[in-house]
Design a protein around this ligand. Sequence first.
Ligand SMILES: [Zn+2]
Length: 259
Amino acid sequence: MTIFSAPLSISPIHAFDDNLIWCLNRKETDHVVVVDPGEAKPVIDWLKTNAKRLGGILITHHHGDHTGGIKELVDYCRTSYGQAPTVYGPQSCLSKGVTSVVHEASQIHLKTLGVTLQVLFVPGHTNDHLAYLMNEESNQPAAVFCGDTLFAAGCGRLLGGTAEQMFDSLNRLAALPPQARIYCAHEYTLGNLLFAKAVYPDSPAINERLIKVQGLRSQNRLTLPSTIAEELLTNPFLGCASAMEFGHLRQAKDQFRSN
Ligand SMILES: [Zn+2]
């Protein structure tokens, strides 16, 4: 595999109201890989602006706001430079355009980016949910693209998976190295922290993060990526002792209104 001197960049591409399509790219190569393109247009605009080609797509789960842009992007690549990107994802997404089915323990070698990803099966939000883990390298900490499983200060709703599955999946992610970066698919941090504060009103870490995040959001800036260390301190869903406790907390969040 090619050794690159500059670190990999992971750039956010905004889609819909609060979706983030993460784009893995490097200065030295014109190939990029995107995660969960729910929409094609913002990705195509990014490719044109940055003079890059789409070499691959990673899909975490079947929801339309994560898969809706696949077909248009594949058509765009075929038309523009005669080559379709490889689309990695779960078996359930074959009809949405996945061309390379991956599952727990699959390894993906993104040769043009010099990156290897490990696939984790993390059901709970849906029963087909995958995460893509980039292990620590010499010049950068680990990163995980976890879709709608773990959010900054929160987690995805149970829309097909069970509380037991989500509890296990979150514990798995929580056991990653503390410095691992969390690239989730939505900017939900502020709403999640308001819930966290309602559950743990006296937590200094939650209060401190809430102030920081309110500041960032008031300037329309992103609060992501987060880190496992930050989540262990401030994410109420990582503090549950059992799947039952997790299930109750998740139900409370589903009904929570911050105002
Ligand atoms: Zn989803």
